[in-house]
Design a protein around this ligand. Structure first.
Ligand code: SF4
Ligand code: SF4
Length: 412
């Protein structure tokens, strides 16, 4: 797709990047059936190809309206279209660029800006968020049903400390909403890693990974958070940590992208690349053979429906890894339809686009429960909470299931 950037964008790094990214799209439309929003609305402008056309218009300086912005807002950034595209179009980078341009060209109203700013500030402050969750749990009985569904049950106390007594050590990122919503996930991760001989440490000064701000068009704030995390993670790597590990696939994907996002920042580019190269999803650190070496003899476990977050299967391209670990731990995996389609969570999408998000969740739960599983497993806190709010089948992080299986057996 040929494009001529508008005056002001021409001969800038952003303009050249836009031109190069747009050039790869040949309008073939192979990406359309892979797109969850197109599957729901049937509107070309809610498809990857339609959105790429809107982004081209933005790049070329054509008139843009709130309708342009609405179709870009409806994108889940799930990147299922990238996997379906035979021409290798980097849609994720294009939508980031399109969102930046539309925020500049079609400013939101003051209340809209305030709401989005509030999301970035509130959700990226772990202590504030955890306090609000505890308050909600205490007041559950007095809250409206819609709000009750968004507040998880009070978790049982879980040890979340570090396990520094192994020769192998990794940094386990806490993230911003996970400690408040589901502290048991990282506690389970630390116990499993301990059983396979890997110590876990936290880094002082960890911030939100920046994904929230990045996808809401608050690029400056997101990059500032990324720089703080690069500082903290480099110090841990210098001190001997072998990897930066995330149990939330969305955060892991964002940290893996720091190298690209900070490429133009001379003070941070090299160190950001180092942190990205050292970042692993939890499923990359544990091998099925590690579980048997740790004494896990698979016995017949629960029947699991596996929901692969888009950030894991499309973003990090790690499809199959968690499934192998769950099988190695003895769980039976139920086949599910439409496994590549987003569940509708997508960060704050479920709040800002409740109609589309709700429909995608309804479809996802129908697909996941068709085989009557005993539990749904996933790998990202956002998907977990989104599905949990409407599912009659319990929804858990896969590492909690593996930890349960290991702990039913004596240590090797
Ligand atoms: S599949 Fe790729 S090349 Fe074809 S329309 Fe979609 S983004 Fe463009
Ligand atoms: S990222 Fe997802 S929602 Fe957005 S255009 Fe691609 S497939 Fe559709």
């Amino acid at each position: 797709m040929f494009s001529r950037p508008a005056a002001g964008l021409e001969d800038t790094p952003r303009g050249r990047t836009a031109q190069a990214l747009l050039r790869n799209c040949v309008h073939c439309g192979f990406c359309l059936p892979a797109c969850p929003t197109y599957r729901v609305t049937g509107n070309e402008l809610d498809s990857p190809r339609g959105r790429i056309y809107l982004i081209k218009q933005l790049v070329e300086g054509a008139p843009a309206t709130t309708t342009t912005r609405e179709h870009l807002d409806r994108c889940l950034t799930c990147r299922a279209c990238e996997r379906a595209c035979p021409s290798g179009v980097e849609y994720g980078r294009l939508i980031d660029l399109g969102r930046e341009l539309v925020e500049e060209r079609v400013p939101r109203t003051l209340p809209q800006r305030a709401l989005r700013q509030a999301f970035v500030e509130f959700l990226s402050r772990p202590r504030l968020f955890a306090t609000a969750v505890r308050f909600g749990q205490a007041m559950r009985g007095w809250l409206p049903a819609t709000l009750q569904a968004r507040i998880p049950p009070r978790p049982s106390p879980a040890a979340t400390g570090t396990t520094p007594h192994h020769a192998r050590r990794v940094v386990l990122l806490d993230g911003c909403v996970q400690p408040g919503l589901a502290p048991g996930i990282n506690a389970a991760a630390a116990r499993v890693l301990d059983r396979i001989g890997i110590g876990v440490e936290r880094v002082a000064g960890e911030q939100c990974c920046g994904a929230l701000g990045h996808h809401l068009g608050h690029t400056g704030r997101a990059l500032e958070q990324a720089r703080r995390n690069v500082d903290a993670c480099c110090a841990a790597l210098d001190a001997g940590a072998e990897a930066i590990v995330s149990s939330a696939s969305a955060c892991g994907l964002m940290v893996k992208d720091y190298g690209r996002l900070l490429a133009e920042d001379a003070a941070y580019a090299g160190r950001a690349r180092r942190v990205s190269a050292a970042t692993r999803d939890l499923a990359e650190i544990i091998d099925p053979a590690d579980l048997s070496r740790a004494g896990l003899v698979p016995s017949t476990g629960l029947r699991v429906a596996w929901q692969a977050p888009c950030t894991l299967q499309h973003g990090q391209q790690l499809g199959g890894r968690v499934e192998a670990l769950l099988r190695a731990a003895g769980f039976g995996l139920e086949p599910t339809r439409e496994a590549t389609l987003c569940c509708g969570s997508a960060g704050t999408y479920s709040i800002l686009q409740p109609g589309l998000s709700g429909e995608l969740r309804r479809r996802k739960i129908t697909a996941l429960t068709a085989g009557s599983p005993q539990v749904i497993a996933t790998a990202n806190i956002g998907c977990l909470e989104h599905l949990r709010g409407a599912s009659e089948v319990p929804v858990r992080h896969w590492i909690e299931l593996v930890a349960d299986a290991l702990e039913r057996q004596p240590a090797a």
